[in-house]
Structures are given as structure tokens and as C-alpha cells.
Write a protein that binds this ligand. Structure first.
Ligand code: FES
Length: 107
């Protein structure tokens, strides 16, 4: 997803598991879909109560789990990473999700 998820009404002390793999059906939070990919969710403890958070959904933020607007360049970045991936030859054989470039099979 090339934009943030707007999440409402989190309270200081809430614990969330931010999906790092991008496969979750309950974005931006982990639903266990990462199993077998090598990715693990990021445990995030909400540091302050706030009515709205912008949580990264592209998974390329440099300030997880917050959106830092990296998504604006994601399509170009993804293509460059996938074209130069050192695991490119293995994508079709054994990947559910490439841990190097995030390539996902087109089922
Ligand atoms: S489903 Fe993506 S990290 Fe768990």
C-alpha cells in the first residue's frame, strides 16, 4: 500500500505489532501471515495517547511504525531493489516473500 494507514484512538501503553512484511490482511498490524518469510512483526508500545496516528503501510519507513512519507518514492525503489536483488535467481523456487528485496510471487 503506497500510503499510510490512519489509526484512531490509541492509548498510551497500548501494545501493537506492526506488520513488517506487508502480507497482513489487517494492515498495519500483524496477522501472522509473515510465517515462513523470515520477517517478524515490530512490537510497538504507544508512548502517548493520541486521536490519530499515521502508521506506515508501505513498509519502507525509516521511522517505524510511523509514516515518514517514504511511500512517495516506493514504486521506483522497489523496482530498483528487485532488479538488483542478489537472491533474484531463487525467487521462483523458494520465496513466499524475498527477505532481501520484498519480491512477492504473482499468484
Ligand atoms: S503479517 Fe507481516 S509481520 Fe506479521
Amino acid at each position: 500500500m503506497y500510503g499510510p494507514c490512519s489509526v484512531a484512538n490509541l492509548v498510551k501503553g497500548d501494545i501493537k505489532y506492526w506488520c513488517t512484511c506487508g502480507l497482513s490482511k489487517t494492515q498495519p498490524w500483524c496477522d501472522g501471515s509473515h510465517k515462513g518469510t523470515g520477517f517478524k512483526p515490530l512490537k510497538w508500545t504507544v508512548s502517548k495517547s493520541q486521536t490519530r496516528f499515521q502508521i506506515c503501510a508501505c513498509k519502507y519507513t525509516k521511522d517505524p511504525p510511523y509514516c515518514d512519507a517514504t511511500h512517495t518514492n516506493v514504486p521506483c525503489n522497489i523496482l530498483e531493489q528487485q532488479q538488483s536483488c542478489d537472491r533474484k535467481q531463487l525467487h521462483i523456487q523458494d520465496c513466499k516473500l524475498c527477505t532481501s528485496c520484498r519480491w512477492v510471487p504473482d499468484f
